[in-house]
Design a protein around this ligand. Structure first.
Ligand code: AMP
Length: 192
């Protein structure tokens, strides 16, 4: 089983590359942003709670995110593995994920980080905002908050995996296919 953490700031291309990874490696996509947006659309209590954080570009509290991820892992049977997209976003979430993996006799194969300069990120998010319908993609202050939250709270997660010898950084600027080729090379080096 391959269990991958796809890492990077908002706008790095995690969603786009996840789709290609799933197609090739038949993994289960676990995007916490997508799960929250689904709850939001369905008007669940979880969605209502998450909305106030998402609307401001802040992180939803760890215990809420961790509970939702645990539910998704426990309700997924017969998978080749997971691709975690947008999770973990704090060191506490990374620790909780390791604990969940251990409990299920699984392990994280590695973290692949997409590296993109801040100005390019902002440009990409603004472009995405024209069609995504996401309020958090359409407001300069919200975009800036999300990048700041990434730098302050999420970046330490990279060091967490680096310490475990599980971190690889890839250039996230270039053609979608070229970036995917580099991701594939890293993934093919993981032992399942
Ligand atoms: P994303 O689609 O990954 O950019 O996530 C959109 C929003 O959902 C984020 O700005 C956060 O408010 C929330 N969110 C998604 N994943 C997480 C997470 N792992 N921890 C906390 N909040 C999250």
């Amino acid at each position: 089983m391959l269990n991958i953490v796809l890492f990077g700031p908002p706008g790095a291309g995690k969603g786009t590359q996840s789709e290609k990874i799933i197609e090739k490696y038949h993994l289960t996509h676990l995007s916490t942003g997508d799960l929250f947006r689904k709850h939001l659309g369905e008007g669940t209590d979880l969605g209502k709670l998450a909305r106030k954080y998402m609307d401001e570009g802040r992180l939803v509290p760890d215990e809420v995110v961790i509970g939702m991820v645990e539910d998704k892992i426990n309700s997924t049977a017969d998978t080749n593995g997971f691709i975690f997209d947008g999770f973990p976003r704090t060191v506490a979430q990374a620790e909780a994920l390791d604990a969940m993996m251990t409990k299920n006799n699984l392990r994280i194969s590695g973290m692949i980080a997409l590296d993109v300069a801040e100005e390019i990120l902002k440009e990409r998010i603004r472009e995405r905002g024209k069609t995504s319908g996401r309020a958090d993609d359409q407001d300069e202050a919200k975009i800036a908050t999300r990048i700041k939250v990434y730098l302050d709270e999420t970046l330490p997660v990279a060091a967490y995996y680096e310490k475990q010898g599980k971190f690889t950084k890839i250039n996230g600027v270039g053609s979608i296919e070229g970036i995917f080729d580099n991701i594939s090379k890293v993934m093919d080096g993981y032992s399942s």
